[in-house]
Design a protein around this ligand. Structure first.
Ligand SMILES: C[S@@+](CC[C@H](N)C(=O)[O-])C[C@H]1O[C@@H](n2cnc3c(N)ncnc32)[C@H](O)[C@@H]1O
Length: 284
C-alpha cells in the first residue's frame, strides 16, 4: 500500500456509509449516529471537503452508487450491514465483560468516538497506517476527544501488534477484549494475517473475541471480488491498495484453530456473502 498517503479505500468506505444515510430503509440497519459522525469526521479531519460530503448525503449520490453496484453486487448496502454487524459484536462483548476494544485498520470508522463516552470504563483503541491515523486524529481532536479513546499510528506490516500495544500504558494483556478487523484482512500479506490473529490471542484475556470480514478465493487462487474481480483487483492495485489475502469459508475453522482462536458458537451469522464479503466471529 502507498503508505505516505491517507487510505483511499478508507475514505471510500466512509463516503459510502454517509450516502447510506440517504438510502431508504437503511436507517433500520445502521447504528444510530453513524452517518452523522462519519460525515463530521471526514470534514473535520480534512479527508474530504464539506461540499463532497453534502453531495454524498443526496439522493443523487444514492442513485450513482446503485448505478455502479454491478461492479461489486450488493456492496453499497453491505458496508452498512458490516458496520452494524461489527457494532453488535462490540456491544455484545462489552455486555459480556469486555474492557478493551481494539479496531484494527480503523480508517474513518467512528465506533470508538461514538462509544467511548457511553462506556467510560472501557478502553477503546484504534490502529491504522500513520498517514490515515494522523488525519483522523486531527478530526477526532476537533470533534472532541475522549480520554478512553487511544489512536495508534502504526503500520501493522512493519511492527508487530503485540509490540505496538506493549508500549501503550493503557493496554492490559489480561483484559477481556473485543477486536474488530473490518475490511482489513484482504490488504495484508498472508503471513501477516495469521500473525495478527495469533498476536490478538496473545495480548488479550479470557473471554476475548474477534469480529472480522474477509473475501473468498476464486478458482484461480485470487481474491474473489465478485463477477468483475479482474477489474476490481486492477483498480485496487492502481489505487496502491491491492488485495493480498483471501480464504474460502470452509477453511475458516482450521485457519482459526491454527492461530489460537475458534469459531464463536451459537452465533447467527449470515450464511451467504454480504455483498462480496463474509463475516466471522471467533473466541479464544
Ligand atoms: C478498506 S479500509 C477499511 C477501514 C475501516 N475498517 C472501515 O471499514 O471503515 C482499510 C484500512 O486498513 C488500513 N490498513 C491497511 N493495511 C494496514 C497496515 N499494514 N497497517 C495498518 N493499517 C492498515 C488502511 O489504512 C485503511 O484505513
Amino acid at each position: 500500500m502507498r503508505k505516505a498517503r491517507p487510505s483511499k479505500t478508507a475514505r471510500k468506505v466512509a463516503l459510502n456509509v454517509v450516502t447510506l444515510g440517504a438510502r431508504a430503509g437503511m436507517d433500520e440497519v445502521l447504528p444510530p449516529g453513524l452517518t452523522d459522525a462519519t460525515a463530521k469526521l471526514l470534514v473535520e479531519s480534512g479527508a474530504v471537503g464539506g461540499r463532497a460530503v453534502r453531495f454524498s448525503r443526496s439522493r443523487m449520490a444514492v442513485r450513482i452508487y446503485l448505478a455502479f453496484d454491478w461492479m461489486m453486487p450488493g456492496q453499497f448496502e453491505a458496508f452498512g450491514h458490516r458496520k452494524a454487524f461489527c457494532e453488535r459484536q462490540v456491544r455484545d462483548a462489552i455486555g459480556a465483560s469486555a474492557k478493551q476494544v481494539l479496531v484494527l485498520g480503523a480508517g474513518y470508522d467512528t465506533i470508538g468516538w461514538r462509544l467511548a463516552p457511553e462506556f467510560p470504563d472501557v478502553q477503546f483503541f484504534e490502529v491504522d497506517h500513520p498517514a490515515t491515523a494522523r488525519l483522523k486524529e486531527k478530526g477526532i481532536e476537533r470533534m472532541g476527544a475522549c480520554a478512553n479513546l487511544h489512536l495508534l499510528a502504526e503500520d501493522l506490516g512493519e511492527r508487530e501488534l503485540a509490540d505496538v500495544l506493549q508500549s501503550n500504558k493503557a493496554w492490559d494483556n489480561a483484559s477481556p477484549t473485543v477486536f474488530v478487523a473490518e475490511g482489513l484482512l484482504m490488504y495484508l500479506p498472508p503471513e501477516a494475517v495469521g500473525a495478527l490473529f495469533r498476536q490478538c490471542a496473545a495480548v488479550s484475556g479470557e473471554g476475548s473475541r474477534i469480529a472480522f470480514s474477509y473475501v473468498g478465493t476464486r478458482k484461480n487462487g485470487r481474491p474473489d471480488a465478485g463477477p468483475w474481480s479482474w477489474l476490481v483487483l486492477s483498480l485496487l492495485r492502481v489505487a496502491g491498495e491491492p488485495w493480498l489475502w483471501s480464504m474460502q469459508p470452509e477453511e475458516l475453522d482450521l485457519f482459526l484453530q491454527t492461530h489460537n482462536w475458534t469459531v464463536a458458537p451459537n452465533l447467527p451469522l449470515p450464511s451467504k456473502r454480504c455483498g462480496i464479503e463474509f463475516f466471522g466471529v471467533a473466541v479464544k
